[in-house]
Design a protein around this ligand. Structure first.
Ligand code: NAD
Length: 501
């Protein structure tokens, strides 16, 4: 089996976009090297081996990309939205044709199972069609004038050059969820993808290029060290906005720096999602939903993954037994092995962070119902795998419930009343996503009104879709991506007063 996987992997690495220009920086429609030919290595977390060398850009290269985006902005912004939308649809078609190949790159550099990677890439594409259409509906407003000799109207127009910074957990979706609305609105973009997963972003840039996106409209600067790249974006007067997806910690740093020039920011940050199961819920659906939201999104490395599971006391025993049984049956392995449901974690450091949260909980008295260990033997020997873990007797104020776990660890707690569940669920500085399982309509309304989260799944653990805005309350972010709101994030509002006399 191992040999088959090795051969398969080598074939994946030979995929054309990895071989040719797509390991360079993409600036002004050209594939260019970093200064002095600097490169950095990208590795496969399932095998712990290097898969590519990518251009290691920094401040100077970012300034070049910003200049290319600044020059391209005038024409791109002036292009009718319908025409921009047509080009974005071309990009979508090109990506669609390459979806499987791009999904292979996602699996190679991120580790997630291939079927999941394919799902991510296909989902990403939907943002191009949604925003290609939405751009045509960026309506203004004719406002009734209080003065007989004046006319008033309000219009939206693109902000200008946008600096985008994205994480590794959804190497395709997080890039497209930013660039599709920004480009549709008429902005031009300089993207810095995560250093762990730059190849997917470069494959997306290649598709944009081949689909005929004009030079400079979309630029990618890859780099090992994010700081000089983000500093160049933040220092540039040409950059009007920073769109960032990543940790709350880095979001706060960027916001401090953005304050110097009052740059606009959109932030999609960390989460600490509660998953609440009431005693009237469809138990089977609730268990399936909890398993999906805990383990089956990048093995728990997603901002909207269930971080704390709250089950009403009277059904807790049945829920826990069913949950553990399903968790035990999960298949872990390298992403290209058929039928795998969970891949490796992104890095050794990610494994260590998760294990230290688990050890801390155990030292405080948590009961280990499953897992709580690194997997490093046999098929798991070369990758960064962590066992699906279930912890019981956990308390709300422990780090495991207050921090983002970002891995396959499920702390399960019990509660008595609706009020208690709401209060405990809201007891966090985060506010990105939450889940509620109940069949009582009154309760659905009361609980969804009371929970302080930007996304709530009621008897649903599928996440979000293109048509609705996505973003967080509290320290989970600022602004929204997707939906009608997503376009407005990249537009400025202008009021016009015309004096007729
Ligand atoms: P991260 O904050 O470490 O990195 C995200 C991006 O920021 C990367 O491109 C990285 O290179 C860059 N970066 C890191 N340090 C920087 C610095 N000092 N200055 C400028 N840029 C810097 O996060 P991560 O580990 O890549 O991703 C995981 C985090 O992202 C989690 O907290 C997760 O919840 C969050 N996330 C949020 C959403 C959302 O939609 N809300 C989606 C995915 C991930």
């Amino acid at each position: 089996m191992r040999q088959v996987i090795e051969k398969d992997r080598i074939e994946k690495i030979a995929f054309a976009p990895l071989q040719n220009a797509a390991k360079k920086l993409y600036i002004g429609g050209q594939w260019v090297d970093a200064e002095a030919g600097r490169t950095f290595e990208v590795s496969d977390p399932a095998a712990g081996e290097s898969i590519a060398e990518v251009a290691d850009g920094g401040g100077a290269e970012t300034e070049q990309a910003i200049e290319a985006a600044r020059i391209a902005f005038k024409e791109w912004a002036a292009m009718p939205a319908k025409q921009r939308g047509k080009l974005l649809s071309e990009v979508q078609s090109t990506l669609q044709e390459r979806a499987d190949e791009i999904a292979k790159i996602v699996t190679l550099e991120n580790g997630k199972p291939f079927a999941e990677a394919r799902g991510e890439v296909n989902f990403s594409l939907g943002y191009f069609s949604w925003f290609a259409e939405e751009a045509r509906r960026a309506y203004g407003n004719l406002v009734p004038s209080p003065f007989p000799n004046k006319r008033l109207w309000v219009q939206s127009q693109p902000l200008g050059v946008v600096g985008a910074i994205t994480p590794w957990n959804f190497p395709a979706a997080m890039v497209v969820r930013k660039i599709a609305p920004a480009l549709a609105a008429g902005c031009t973009v300089v993207l810095k993808p995560a250093e762990d997963t730059p190849l997917t972003a470069l494959a997306i840039a290649k598709a944009c290029h081949d689909a005929g996106l004009p030079p400079g409209v979309f630029n990618v600067v890859t780099g090992k060290n994010p700081r000089p790249i983000s500093a160049a974006m933040l220092d540039s007067p040409a950059v009007q906005k920073i769109g960032f997806t990543g940790s709350t910690e880095v979001g706060k740093l960027l916001m401090e720096q953005a304050a110097k020039s009052l740059k606009r920011v959109s932030f999609e940050l960390g989460g600490n999602a509660p998953f609440i199961v009431f005693d009237d819920a469809d138990l089977e659906a609730a268990v399936a939903g909890a398993i999906a939201m805990k383990f089956l999104r990048v093995g728990g490395q997603s901002c909207i993954c269930a971080n704390r599971i709250y089950v009403q006391e009277s059904i807790a025993e049945r829920f826990i037994a069913a949950f553990i049984e399903k968790a035990k049956a999960l298949k872990l392995g390298t992403g290209f092995e058929p039928g795998m449901q969970i891949g490796p974690l992104i890095s050794e450091r990610a494994c260590e962070n998760i294990h230290s949260l688990v050890e801390d909980a155990i030292s405080r008295g948590a009961e280990v119902a499953l897992g709580a260990a690194y997997l490093n033997e046999g098929n798991y020997a070369r990758g960064t795998f962590y066992a699906p873990t279930v912890l019981l007797n956990v308390e709300d104020n422990w780090p495991i419930c207050q921090q983002e776990i970002f891995g396959p660890v499920a702390p399960i707690m019990t509660f008595q009343s609706e009020e208690e569940a709401i209060a405990r669920a809201n007891n966090t500085t985060y506010g990105l996503a939450g889940y509620v399982y109940t069949r009582d309509l009154g309760r659905v309304i009361r609980v969804t009104e009371a929970l302080e989260y930007g996304l709530l799944g009621v008897n649903d653990a599928a996440g979000y879709t293109h048509e609705i805005p996505f973003g967080g309350f509290k320290e989970s972010g600022l602004g929204r991506e997707g939906g009608r709101e997503g376009l407005k994030e990249y537009m400025e509002t202008k009021s016009i007063v015309v004096n007729l006399s």
